[in-house]
Design a protein around this ligand. Structure first.
Ligand SMILES: Cc1cc2nc3c(=O)[nH]c(=O)nc-3n(C[C@H](O)[C@H](O)[C@H](O)COP(=O)(O)O)c2cc1C
Length: 319
């Protein structure tokens, strides 16, 4: 089988330099375990859990795989410190932090010998993460799904600048969905990639079939940002996001916008399959999603295509 060895695969003892991005309702134990079992790194989304809930899903994931997996922590949420303590007690090897400053959490992870990569949208935020003591960076461009920075820097621009500025290992995220994307990210200096949208459209993804079919149908031009006044969120264009866009264009009442523009209607699409009335969260890479592979089939195919794109038909080590 084709093999791509990078500092990320060596650091974590995994086979493929591909991470499942943390996603509420998606990156739950069976999906995280499927990605880790297939040789990548599954990362648990934790936004929906309290501390004991997180401990429980870590245990559930461990019951499904003995391979490494990670946990993501929303650094600005009141649950952050409790989640960090659980991750440390449970000896999770890899933690990503996002949505807030890692200043308080990064030293906790460093003392515990846990890898802590902070998710950033700009070079300035990457430098702050480095100063806080984070051991690596997830550099996520504005083409990716979900919450984004107002600065809207694309992945191809962001990744090499974060690599150069920080000197830390960098995982590229946002807009990556195939082997050419993986090859490109490695050429930009990343040690691996994190995918969200591509993984939702897989056999194992625990999301309604209507949502998966909608991802297949959408083109690269079929996403938009909502929430520009509160916190930009990249989603698919549909009735739900039309309503949000119309509502926020008519008011500057931030509290009211927060009530209406956010993840509230994501379960309606993701679980109940209402992909018009509910929120379909997707990135621009959705334009290249045209099938529903198994996770176990997708990951080696991406690696094989990356090696082809790098024009190397042999075991390959990226330094
Ligand atoms: C439904 C959904 C929920 C997400 N939730 C989170 C989250 O809680 N924390 C986080 O760091 N990233 C979150 N993300 C971002 C993904 O982990 C991933 O980085 C992103 O989707 C990559 O861009 P792509 O969709 O172009 O692959 C979410 C993405 C989606 C689609």
């Amino acid at each position: 089988m084709s093999h791509l060895s990078t500092p990320l695969t060596e650091l974590l003892g995994i086979e493929h330099p591909i991470c499942l991005g943390p996603m509420g309702l998606v990156s739950v134990p069976p999906m995280v375990a499927a990605v880790s079992e297939a040789g990548g790194l599954g990362i648990l989304g934790t936004a929906n859990y309290d501390s004991e809930g997180l401990r429980e899903v870590i245990k559930q994931t461990r019951a499904l795989t003995s391979k490494p997996f990670g946990v993501s922590i929303m650094a600005g949420f009141p649950t952050a410190e409790g989640h960090a303590l659980v991750a440390i007690e449970e000896e999770v090897p890899f933690v990503t932090t996002s949505a807030g400053s890692p200043k308080k959490l990064a030293p906790m992870f460093r003392d515990a010998g846990i890898e802590n990569y902070h998710v950033v949208p700009t070079v300035a935020m990457a430098m702050k993460a480095k100063e806080s003591g984070c051991t690596g960076i997830v550099a996520e461009g504005a083409e990716g799904a979900s919450f984004k920075s107002r600065d809207e820097v694309s992945t191809i621009v962001l990744v090499p600048q974060v690599v150069d500025a920080t000197g830390l290992p960098v995982i590229a995220a946002g807009g990556l969905g195939d082997g050419r994307g993986l090859a490109a990210a490695l050429c930009l200096g990343a040690t691996g990639i994190q995918m969200g949208t591509r993984f939702i459209a897989t056999e194992e993804s625990p999301i309604h079939d209507n949502y998966k079919q909608r991802l297949i149908d959408l083109r690269e031009t079929d996403t938009r940002m909502v929430g520009r006044k509160t916190g930009p969120l990249r989603v698919a264009i549909n009735d739900c996001s039309d309503d949000m866009a119309e509502f926020e264009s008519g008011t500057d009442d931030i509290a009211e916008i927060r009530k209406k523009v956010g993840y509230q209607k994501f379960p309606q699409a993701a679980m109940q399959g209402d992909v018009d009335g509910g929120l379909v969260v997707a990135g621009q890479v959705v334009g290249m999603v045209d099938d529903l592979p198994s996770v176990a089939g997708l990951m080696p195919a991406i690696v094989a295509d990356a090696i082809k794109a790098l024009d190397l038909n042999q075991a390959f080590t990226v330094r």
